[in-house]
Design a protein around this ligand. Sequence first.
Ligand SMILES: [Fe+2]
Length: 242
Amino acid sequence: MITVQTDIGDSIERAQYALVPSHKFSFSPALHEADRLLGRDWEHLEPDPYMADGGLYRFRRYGLFQLSASSGHLTHIPGRSFYQSTKINPLNGGDHRHFAPLAEDTIENPFLRELILFDLAQLTSKKHIEDDWLIGVHQIRILATNGVQGNPTPEGIHRDDETFTAQHLFARHNISGGVNHFYGSGRKPTRRPKAVWKQESYFDSIYFDRSQWHSVSPIASDKGDGYRDVLLIDFVESSKVH
Ligand SMILES: [Fe+2]
C-alpha cells in the first residue's frame, strides 16, 4: 500500500500543482522489492531518437495503460506511439513518436501498478469523473557528461496536454541544476516563477494539471557522468482522446 500525508487533490484544486517531498510518502514492506526492481530499469533505457535539438542526452521507455472506470481494471495497451501537437511541444511535437517499450516485467510490476492507481486517486480526490483513463508511463533519464549539459525540458516553458501529470524522482547523481519551475495557469506563463523546487531525494514528487506552465532547468556535471532519472505518469480521460 502507498500512503501520503498531504492532500494532493486539494493542492491541485487550489493551485493546479503540488510539490510533495519524499518523507510524506509511505510504502508498505510488501512493495519494497517491486520498488527496488523498478528502480533498476533506468539502467536499461534506450536513446530518444526524436530530439529535434540533436541532443543525445535523453534516454527513455514508454508504455500506455487503460483504466476501466467500471471494472477498475488496469490494462496495458501494447505498441502505442506517443503524440504531442506542435502547439504543446514546438520542438519535438507533430510526430507520432515510437519510443522503446516498457519491459515486460515493468508492465506487471506491482509497485508501478499500485502507484498509477494511487496517483490518480490523489489527483481526482476532489472531482467526480466517471470515465475510463488513458495513462502514459514514461521512464526518462537525462544525462550530463563532462562539459555537455542535459536538458529535461528542451521545449522550454510549456504546458502538458494531459489532464494530470505526476512526476517522481527516482535518482539524481553527480549533477547540478535540474530545478523545477512553475509559472501559473493563466493564458501566459507568469514573468517570474510562482514556485521553484529542486527534487533531491528518491521519490520527491510533483503533481500538476494541464493548465500549469512549467519547465526544468538543464543539468550539468563537472566530473564524469551525471544523471537525473524520473518516472512520469500522465492521465487523460478516454473520451477526450481523438
Ligand atoms: Fe511537461
